[in-house]
Design a protein around this ligand. Sequence first.
Ligand code: CP
Ligand code: NVA
Length: 312
Amino acid sequence: MATVLNSLQGRDLLSLADITASELALLLDLAAQIKAGKVKPHCPQVLGLIFAKASTRTRVSFSVAMYRLGGQVLDLRPEATQVGRGEPIEDTARVLTRYVDALAIRTFDQQDIITFAQYADIPVINALTDLEHPCQILADLLTVQEIFGQLQGLTLTYLGDGNNVAHSLLLGCALAGVNLRLATPPGYQPLPELVAQAKLLAGDRSTITLTSDPEQAVADAHVLYTDVWASMGQEESAPNRLPIFKPYQINQARLQSAAPEAIVLHCLPAHRQEEITTEVMEGPQSRVWDQAENRLHAQQALLAGILGAKID
Ligand code: CP
Ligand code: NVA
């Protein structure tokens, strides 16, 4: 019996910057092998889910990934536990450490999962915060790699809000050697500290370009990517954002400027006719359903690594 991805065992994933470029490459290869049925890691452990925001893909893909590994999942919904009544994170984390083997947590403030990780002696995985969405980007990079056969040297253009997905894309593309162009309206750029961190990680492996010009950003790109213009928790500002973000929509005209073989990604859920037109989302260059499927394979690989799964 061999363990997979030894170096990840027992580690947290609070940010994509928590893993190295070579660990990312190994994770993506393991995910591809799991998807192809070439390896079947096994870890009969228990993953707790604490989701303070809605989720379809992340909740279900983590659950099914765990079942496929021979483990189990406990959905610790905040409203059904003392978490929702304000029991301190420090206390919850220390108690849950005694019951479950790892936690996947979706919450608003990144500091909450940092506190969880400080007080829990088990791995903590970021299942989305306002700051980052690292597990999403594992699936995105897996999707790009399986379509183009490589990551290094490709150009990915993200159009829209400089949000959690944009932040993790910055870090993930830097680690993978993907050139990233981020086109956001002025005032909606990613946080400067995340940009600086990504530039450090990228070194001379890839470039990071921030612009407010969507047309310039898409020229000859291999991947066009977008996300909602108002994230969970920002619903009130959604009407004000519509006219500001309208020029950043991925539509057929914009897609014409990308490379002929370009693919279109969206983390989902999508607001059709806002950040992406129905025509593009349902069109031949869209890979959004493969991307959603890859959440399962990427997270199975991640859990196998973090939980020290064995391969027979
Ligand atoms: N993309 C994503 O994380 O989807 P959910 O919010 O449905 O989990
Ligand atoms: N930026 C979005 C991603 C949803 C998966 C949000 O945080 O709502």
